[in-house]
Design a protein around this ligand. Structure first.
Ligand SMILES: [Zn+2]
Length: 393
């Protein structure tokens, strides 16, 4: 149900630690960022830029060499972190070192050499090079989906090649200066197993070529049952409208347990509306945010509380400078339980006298949600614009 555009937009490569800050390479699928003209996804192009960041990536690239299976008492440098989910809904929390070693023990010697010792299989010898079936390529060690058949192409290099990842948070990279070359090695984000390398001579729309070892992958054809470790977690979906969706999306995405927040339009009268049609206040749409969350980590009630912090629910058809019914306050529910919780929340806030005026938020069953154009997604984060929405966390 998640859009492919999310998987394609950014591939972030974390390099080594430089002066305490992570040097990060970001390969951005072009969305009109950095001065380029705005294009649709089909004309995305890869950008490569270096930047520093505090580095909240799951992968710790400078951790020690993985221990041999024969030395199980090796020091464990893994730190305990909160669970981390990718936008595609997979648990990408880094596995503890000892768990990776336990999984790697099951591998044959050649697969162990490639995945745990950054080896490379001979060209034109991998079992998945000529695989033309439709399906998902998962990590041979931990099972995380890494690539899909829809992004596979024939590169002529002798290794399976893809122009983008299954999800940008499933594959990470680090600088590789072996063999007298400067290359970017790619690893599984969850278990740090070596996968191959990424080069910038790939085809449109990304311009990237992810060059894989077949031995690092396990292929599951569409319709074939996958093991639990290769499946997304069970999620719940909620919809909120609190004025312009940029800021609402921005802060929902920051909530712990929120897997994906997406800007879009809903509750209108036509299919596939454009932003211009919604802005013109045609067809009854509202700017809304789809919030996909892990109900084990964050409750729907907590999302509701955040909603009533982020915007003014007493304003009829306006928020801040934005006026019109497309900016109305709304909660669009996907179950009877959500409906009851939303109604109860409004009643509680009214009883508490939280707001000086009556709450005018509409509460309705969710109708079809249409994802907004790509340049609206992650708008605050990618543009650095100020956001007037109050941080609810
Ligand atoms: Zn893995």
């Amino acid at each position: 149900m998640l859009s492919r555009s999310f998987r394609m937009r950014t591939f972030q490569l974390t390099l080594g630690v430089v002066g305490g800050a992570m040097l990060t390479l970001v390969l951005l699928g072009g969305l009109g960022l950095f001065g380029r003209s705005t294009q649709i996804d089909s004309t995305q192009r890869a950008f490569v830029m270096a930047q520093t960041s505090s580095g909240d990536r799951p992968h710790q690239p400078d951790q020690p060499e993985p221990a041999q299976p024969a030395t199980p008492d090796a020091e464990d440098h893994t730190t305990v972190t909160a669970k981390k989910f990718s936008r595609a809904g997979y648990d990408v929390t880094p596995l503890p070192r000892d768990e990776v070693e336990r999984l790697a023990k099951r591998l044959d010697a050649e697969t162990y050499r490639i995945t745990q010792k950054a080896g490379t299989e001979p060209a034109f010898c991998g079992t998945l090079l000529d695989n033309k079936k439709d399906g998902v390529y998962t990590c041979v060690v931990c099972g995380l989906p890494l690539f899909t058949s829809e992004h596979k192409f024939t590169s002529g290099t002798g290794w399976p090649s893809f122009y983008t990842t299954f999800d940008r948070e499933h594959v990470v990279g680090k600088e590789d200066t072996t063999l007298g070359m400067s290359r970017v090695e790619i690893e599984c984000a969850r278990c740090t197993s070596h996968l191959g390398h990424v080069f910038d001579d790939g085809p449109e729309p990304t311009g990237l070529r992810f060059c894989l070892n077949s031995a690092s992958l396990v292929f599951y054809e569409n319709g074939q049952e996958r093991p639990p470790q290769s499946m997304p977690i069970e999620t719940e979906t909620a919809y909120f409208a609190g004025g312009c969706f940029w800021g609402i999306e921005h802060y929902y995405q920051k909530g712990e347990g929120v897997i994906n927040a997406v800007s879009g339009f809903m509750q209108g009268d036509i299919e596939n509306p454009t932003y211009e049609q919604v802005c013109a206040n045609e067809f009854g749409f509202v700017e809304a945010v789809m919030v996909v969350f892990d109900p084990q980590t964050i409750s729907y009630e907590r999302l509701l509380e955040a909603f009533f912090v982020m915007h003014d629910p007493t304003q009829l058809n306006r928020q801040g400078p934005d006026v019109g019914s497309q900016y109305r306050s709304g909660i669009y529910t996907t179950s009877d339980a959500q409906q009851a919780a939303a109604v109860a929340m409004v009643q509680r806030l009214e009883a508490e006298g939280r707001f000086a005026r009556p709450i005018v938020t509409e509460i309705e069953p969710a109708e079809t949600f249409y994802e907004a154009e790509a340049y609206h997604q992650d708008y605050i984060e990618t543009t650095g614009r100020a956001c007037h929405v109050k941080n609810p966390w």
